[in-house]
Design a binder for this molecule. Structure first.
Ligand code: F0G
Length: 460
């Protein structure tokens, strides 16, 4: 059973090592962002004061994880760290077969190649950039089946990650169940603002897909954060532990891709986990082509050990309460300053609504990209665009025009303090004060795949 959770949380750890931060001058920051083509991905980390680009691979490991690194068994084949990881994945998540990969997209590549045939449909609760691209490269077409509330930054609906079952039903009717490769379900839907799916929705989805013989593949990158919202918001779950809820979610699905760089508190790593022997057989064969032998999948033994320990820490109730508690704290500070953000506040970051922040800049002139550059120039805080640039182009070359045009302030786990959160909110408020003077940008360089990583912009 769950321990009693304090009303006021404090970090369930104390700090043993610190990394010193430096702040560049305003002139240096302005030069740096100009030279980076106004793309925060192209900034040097040295030029950043507080780095909220992503929560991916940026967590602080515990002393136990660091100690685990010293237990790395760097054998090419059959490392004992692999068997430890396999045992932890089975006991924590319940999936039967494990294929380690260098990170989440390595698992997405292998899974998409195995399960998607040319012309297949892959319905999902909103897209994620790398996930959808691998589905498309494998010949599939992504269809968004998330509830409509997810596309509305102001809707306070508590489970904006839910699937609209009517949308799925009509896809099945239109194309036939055979054309549906699988249903891709993300927990804590990243692009919607870190929004959870409810257990009751997942159960209903399981019932519907079972009837049609369709698999559910779980993007479990942030499953523990999703479990926290179920515990806090869904009837019948207040007394269950995060570990119990995580397990119940996984048990309703047939397999998973994992970027362990988020929930699982490591700087690198991921895996594919499935219950089907046939899919496992094929994945285990394919991993040697793209990643490495099936007992290391592109990782060092020590990385697998840190991951095995990190998974255990990630489902601890006190950990997740403080982790999401810090994000909620920042969100509340932002709301106090009148900064428009996606509501309810999500699990891994604050998503500022750039359309509402910069209403005078049309989406064609990249308001979220512009805002991310301004926030950096103001304060040295690095954030990420999650709007029209991230959405990319359709197969026919047209731009996707997402309803959500957001700047993500992503909080690394166990890295920054409450005082950092105050500085972040204050600096964003300073940009809000001078927003009328801010103009949009044009894209002057656009890479073919996942353009947001390397695109360059100029002010207009
Ligand atoms: N799925 C989700 C929901 C993700 O957020 C990510 C990565 C991936 C899959 C891919 O995993 O990076 O290990 O290959 N998200 C990072 C982010 C990049 O910043 O949100 P990966």
């Amino acid at each position: 059973m769950k321990q009693v959770i304090r009303k006021n949380w404090a970090e369930p750890y104390r700090i043993k090592t610190v990394e010193l931060l430096h702040m560049k001058t305003e002139a240096q920051r302005k030069k740096a962002i100009r030279e980076a083509g106004y793309n925060t991905f192209l900034l040097k980390s040295e030029d950043v004061y507080i780095d909220l680009l992503t929560d991916s691979g940026t967590s602080a490991m515990s002393d136990r994880q660091w100690a685990g690194m010293m237990l790395g068994d760097e054998a090419y084949a059959g490392s004992r760290n692999f068997y430890h990881l396999e045992e932890v994945v089975r006991s924590t998540y319940g999936y039967k077969y494990l294929v380690p990969t260098h990170q989440g997209r390595g698992a997405e590549n292998i899974l998409s190649k195995i399960l998607i045939k040319k012309g297949d449909i892959v319905p999902g609760n909103m897209y994620f950039t790398t996930t959808r691209l691998h589905q498309e490269l494998a010949g599939g077409r992504f269809e968004d089946i998330i509830v409509k509330e997810a596309h509305d930054p102001n809707s306070e609906f508590p489970f904006k990650g839910n699937v609209d079952l009517d949308k799925l039903e009509s896809l099945i009717k239109k194309h036939g169940a055979k054309k549906i490769a699988y249903v891709c379900i993300a927990t804590s839907v990243n692009m919607a603002g870190g929004q959870p799916i409810s257990m009751s929705n997942l159960k209903a989805l399981r019932a519907m897909t079972k009837k049609h013989g369709i698999r559910i593949i779980h993007d479990m990158t942030r499953v523990a954060e999703n479990a926290y919202f179920i515990q806090q918001r869904e009837k019948g779950y207040a007394k269950k532990t995060i570990a119990e809820i995580v397990r119940e979610i996984c048990d309703l699905t047939d397999g998973a891709t994992m970027s362990a760089k988020k929930d699982a508190l490591v700087n690198i790593g991921g895996f594919l986990a499935v219950n089907d022997w046939d899919v496992f057989e094929e994945a285990r064969n394919m991993v040697v082509v793209y990643e490495g032998l099936h007992t290391y999948g592109g990782l060092a033994g020590r990385d697998m050990e840190a991951m095995a320990i990190g998974i255990g820490e990630s489902v601890n109730d006190d950990h997740i309460h403080a982790r999401v508690g810090q994000v909620l704290y920042l969100g509340e500070q932002m709301l106090n300053y009148g900064i428009p953000i996606v509501k309810p506040i999500g699990g891994h970051g604050i998503f500022v609504d750039a359309k509402a922040f910069l209403p005078h800049i049309p989406q064609e002139l990249f308001p979220a990209q512009t805002l991310a550059a301004e926030v950096y120039a103001e304060s040295g805080v690095r954030t990420m665009e999650r709007g029209v640039v991230s959405a990319g182009r359709k197969a026919n070359g047209e731009n996707y025009m997402p309803k959500l045009e957001l700047v993500r302030f992503t909080i690394p786990r166990r890295v920054y303090t409450q005082a950092h959160m105050d500085v972040i909110a204050e600096s964003t408020a300073l940009v809000l004060d001078r927003r009328q003077k801010i103009k949009g940008m044009k894209m002057v360089y656009e890479p073919k795949y996942l353009r947001f990583f390397q695109a360059r912009f100029e002010r207009i």
